[in-house]
Design a protein around this ligand. Structure first.
Ligand SMILES: [Zn+2]
Length: 519
């Protein structure tokens, strides 16, 4: 209004641009400078917050999302046509065992091929460590996915107590664990993980865990736990984790939530009520869960009292937790030919019954481990009911996870997220696609304390997955656990395409994600 010649500035700019162009054209036949952005067009956007789907384009620059909405391509900009597929935030796997194979499988194909962009490791009390070393190694040799980690209680306990762990810790041992925990938290651990059904965590007193959890809370960390029992002492174990949340004033997450015993089946409603009451009383309790009726663990975990020669316990296990036909050996180092066979098949081969075989296999495995110092066995057991899994999965405070490995024997390592999207959302309709994606992204991020990931919005990191909701489905089975899923098109991690058209691209743009300060 006060400028006498409104066109003057504009004209001056045009002249300047023409001049620049002329200079450039006069140069070494230079192509126009490509824009440093990528534009994804024709996508159905589901942003991870639970908001309804909408058509939108998304612009990426470097490792970030810079614009979302109705956008047109700039000159020289790389354009990706989503062809009407769903664009969602990359999935955040809050319970992964990918730390075991990440350096041998830096493409992390088991993860990226199902849409995962971030794995959270250091679970069940076992973390790679020290974390400063693990993180340093990963930063020198990055993987295709982001990696965050908890500090494992079992690791601290082993380090301090050695093989003499079948007892409560002494005060000076707990003090030493706290020193080690402080180092892990300083290195960027998200918090403390426990595996209270496993050695050596199972021998800890509740007060030991509360003390370490309190220290974790003071550092702004969180608590995640394979609780002390998933079957015989289940309700006591749930009471314990709620008490840890209350006493240590720390957010607590139940890992791979399940009701893994026949006499517990049908109690999902009661469990959800228990959680909701704890939340109403101020305990921030949440859970993660995977979409299978069978778990993978060790044979020894089936004996919480470690009474491996007790026939009554063996009979109870095979009656209540998993029948001989439902226990499938993943590995068995003392007799490798048993891998892929059920306990019933092995019992027939040995000419004996289930309980006798179960006790004998554990004896042989422990003997092997003593001799070699190596893990001797893994087993897949069917113990859950479909109705419970569906109810627990739909609990608003449950996010999805795999509990899988990058080269494991359980199909969850390759199939979890497509299985939820195909089987539980599209076919069984137990929740909406928007809600399922929220549980895979923003809710998962919140449950492990990651910021700027898990939603599609300007400023967030460009971790994205493009998939077809009409065809997405898992293909991995117990017999073919590493079969790739169908329907996952492209996956970006920190702005780089890591998975495309059914294969890893070879890009390794994943980062180490350290605990972020509480704001
Ligand atoms: Zn576990």
């Amino acid at each position: 209004m006060t400028f006498p010649f409104p066109g003057a500035v504009q004209r001056a700019r045009t002249v300047f641009l023409v001049a620049v162009c002329t200079v450039s054209m006069a140069g070494a036949a230079a192509a126009p400078q490509p824009a440093d952005t990528t534009l994804i067009v024709n996508a159905v956007l589901i942003d991870g917050t639970g908001a309804l789907r909408r058509p939108a384009a998304v612009r990426l620059r470097g490792d970030r999302i810079v614009e979302v909405g109705t956008l047109t391509a700039a000159a020289g900009e790389q354009v990706v046509d989503a062809k009407g597929l769903v664009l969602a935030p990359g999935f955040i796997d809050t319970h992964s065992h990918g730390d075991h194979g990440i350096f041998d499988h830096a493409d992390a194909l088991g993860a990226t091929s199902q849409g995962i962009s971030t794995i959270v490791v250091g679970q069940d009390g076992g973390s790679p460590g020290p974390l400063s070393e693990f993180f340093g190694k990963l930063e020198k040799a990055p993987a295709a996915v982001n990696v965050a980690s908890y500090a494992g209680h079992g690791r601290l306990r082993r380090k301090v107590m050695g093989d003499d762990f079948r007892r409560h810790a002494r005060p000076e041992e707990l003090a030493r664990m706290k020193e080690l925990l402080a180092e892990e938290l300083k290195a960027g651990a998200l918090g403390l993980s426990t595996g209270l059904e496993y050695d050596p965590g199972i021998f800890s007193e509740p007060s030991e865990v509360v003390e370490l959890a309190r220290q974790t809370a003071q550092a702004g960390g969180r608590y995640i736990s394979h609780v002390r029992s998933e079957d015989r002492y289940f309700w006591k174990a749930i009471d314990e984790i709620i008490a840890i949340g209350r006493e240590a004033k720390i957010p607590v997450q139940v890992s791979h939530l399940k009701l893994a015993m026949r006499s517990l089946w049908g109690q999902a409603d009661k469990l959800i009520r228990t959680f909701d009451q704890a939340r109403a009383a101020g305990v921030d309790i949440t859970a993660d869960i995977y979409p299978y009726l069978y778990w993978q663990s060790t044979l020894t975990v089936l004996f919480p009292d470690r009474d491996f020669e007790n026939r009554q316990t063996a009979e109870l296990v095979l009656r209540e937790i998993s029948t001989p036909d439902d226990l499938l050996l993943g590995t068995f180092a003392p007799e490798p030919s048993y891998a892929g066979k059920t306990l019933a098949e092995i019992a027939r081969l040995r000419g004996t019954d289930g309980p006798t075989t179960l006790m004998a296999l554990i004896r042989e495995a422990l003997d092997y481990e003593k001799r070699t110092g190596m893990d001797a066995e893994s087993v897949i057991g069917t113990s859950m009911s479909e109705a419970d899994v569906e109810k627990l999965m739909a609990w608003p405070h449950a996010n999805l996870c795999t509990d899988g490995e990058l080269d494991g024997r359980h199909p969850r390592g390759f199939g979890t997220y497509p299985r939820v999207l195909g089987r539980y959302v599209r076919e069984r309709k137990i929740m909406t696609l928007e809600d399922a994606l929220r549980k895979m992204t923003s809710l998962a991020a919140a449950h492990v304390g990651l910021r700027d990931r898990g939603t599609i919005r300007p400023g967030a990191f460009a971790d994205l997955v493009l998939f077809d909701p009409a065809t997405v489905i898992d293909r991995a089975t117990t017999r073919d656990p590493q079969a790739l899923s169908a329907g996952i098109g492209k996956v970006w991690v920190n702005g780089a395409l890591v998975f495309d058209a059914g294969a890893a691209t070879g890009k390794r743009s994943g980062r180490v994600l350290r605990r972020e300060p509480v704001s």
